[in-house]
Ligand binder design. Structure first.
Ligand code: NAD
Ligand code: USQ
Length: 404
């Protein structure tokens, strides 16, 4: 298949591009490198040393003999270049990762709130319009988030895959209807994903676009068999207070002797998936698109749920790290249950990588190997959901001396 990967230089997009290329697909990456530029603004770098996108692609050519195309286009602001690319490439599938994806970054300031909405909503809408405008037959696979459902809306009932069957009382009896699961976003970033859902529903209905929306949980881990083939192919590893996600942060914190930064009580329960399973899910999704005329197909892309405190305890048991309970910079429920249906991916052949299999290897292989690159002043989360909310001071001011 000819596959266009939007946002293919990012944490999920790069390993997906390599995986699909390895599996024989003809891959082109579109990315405006905005994620790398945000790192420059935030004065932080990936814990792993990532090389330039052209060196990445050159390294892949050397180790695999395969070509990956690259175009630097801003999906949100360069509509004509996007349309020209679609006409030239005529992709069979388009995988859409190209959005600002950090909740804390989206809540940092008025500027980052506006950027996140402008970038994400325009990127998605430009893509959908361009497909209609150019008449290409591509099926779209979008990376959405479990966070569109919110946490606790339906108590302990398992979250369905996208849609909810409801009964509407009428004078003639109850009508049964299937509706999009109510949206309950917890940040400006998550809100953009709920807006994306409406765009998808409209373009599927009006223009017959074939769209799969993957409601993905928190991705953990770093490497896939492809990114591990050469150090120049290594995946990014975000650990800072804005972009680092909870489990990877705990792994990295334990590797450098930093206390594990639990927000509040740690009673928040979230859904997780390993990066190796993310790339496999994308392949499954592009191979199983909905039909023209179908509503968007929603798949919950997650394999396990865990409480934040349980994760901290697990990492602490393996590594001896201390646990720090910090003021929570977010407005979120202190405790929540979470049960999620993911039957569709399991039925389509996903074999989950579990935390118990992968965890220790991640600590020693990646977090430990690159611990010296960490800037400890970037670890504590500083973006608050409302002005005046408390954050913790830095817990360390320099890297502790390491043995050996
Ligand atoms: P990332 O920030 O590492 O990658 C996103 C990529 O998109 C970056 O390379 C960035 O430069 C590019 N991009 C952003 N805006 C663009 C634009 N206007 N034009 C062109 N390129 C643009 O993020 P990620 O972790 O790889 O996440 C990818 C997608 O998966 C996101 O949509 C995110 O919401 C979703 N997701 C991620 C996670 C996770 O834990 N990382 C979990 C659930 C869902
Ligand atoms: N948390 C801590 N300590 C930390 C970091 C986070 O306790 O050091 C807590 C947060 O307060 C939150 C939970 O851990 O309760 C998850 O935070 P996170 O930063 O790991 O994940 P989140 O902000 O939800 O966002 C990430 C990705 C986003 C994706 C989402 C999937 O950045 O792109 O959409 O996971 S989901 O959570 O399922 O919505």
């Amino acid at each position: 298949m000819r596959v266009l990967v939007l946002g293919g230089d990012g944490f999920c997009g790069w390993p997906t591009s390599l995986y699909l290329s390895d599996r024989g697909h003809d891959v082109t990456i579109l990315d405006n490198l905005s994620r790398r530029k945000i790192d420059v603004d935030l004065e932080v770098e990936s814990l792993t040393p990532i090389v330039s996108v052209s060196d990445r692609i050159k390294a892949w050519r050397e180790v695999s003999g395969r070509e990956i195309g690259f175009v630097n286009v801003d999906l949100a602001n360069e509509y004509d270049r996007l349309a020209a690319l679609l006409r030239e490439l005529r992709p069979d599938a388009i995988v859409h990762f190209a959005e600002q994806r950090a909740a804390p970054y989206s809540m940092r300031s008025a500027k980052t709130k506006r950027y996140t909405v402008d970038n994400n909503v325009r990127a998605t809408h430009n893509l959908l319009t361009a497909i209609v405008d150019t008449g290409v037959e591509a099926a779209v696979v979008h990376l959405g988030t479990m966070g569109v459902y919110g946490y606790g809306w339906s108590g302990s009932a398992p979250i369905p895959e996208g849609y909810l069957t409801v009964k509407v009382p009428t004078p003639d009896g109850d009508l049964e209807r299937e509706i999009l699961h109510p949206a309950n976003p917890g940040s400006v970033y998550h809100m953009t994903k709920t807006l994306d859902q409406l765009l998808f529903a409209f373009y599927a209905k009006n223009d017959g676009l074939r769209i799969t929306d993957l409601h993905q949980g928190i991705v953990w881990g770093t490497q896939t068999p492809q990114t591990a083939r050469d150090e120049r192919l290594i995946n990014r590893f975000d650990y800072d207070g804005d972009y680092g996600t909870v489990l990877n942060r705990f792994l990295m914190q334990s590797a450098i002797g930093h206390p594990l930064t639990v927000h509040g009580t740690g009673g928040q329960t979230r859904a997780f998936i390993h990066i190796k399973d993310t790339v496999r899910c994308i392949e499954i999704a592009i191979e199983n698109p909905p039909q023209t005329g179908d509503k968007p197909l929603v798949l919950n892309q997650m394999t396990e749920t865990h409480r934040v405190l349980d994760l901290a305890k697990l990492v602490s048991d393996i590594t001896g790290a201390e646990i720090a309970y910090l003021p929570n910079p977010r407005r979120e429920a202190e405790e929540n249950d979470l049960a999620v249906r993911n039957d569709q991916f399991l039925a389509l052949g996903l074999e989950p990588t579990t935390l118990s299999e992968g965890l220790l290897g991640e600590v020693t292989d990646i977090a430990g190997r690159y611990a010296h690159r960490a800037d400890v002043r970037k670890i504590v989360a500083r973006s608050v959901w409302r002005a005046g909310m408390e954050t913790a001071p830095d817990l360390l001011t320099e890297l502790p001396a390491r043995e050996g």
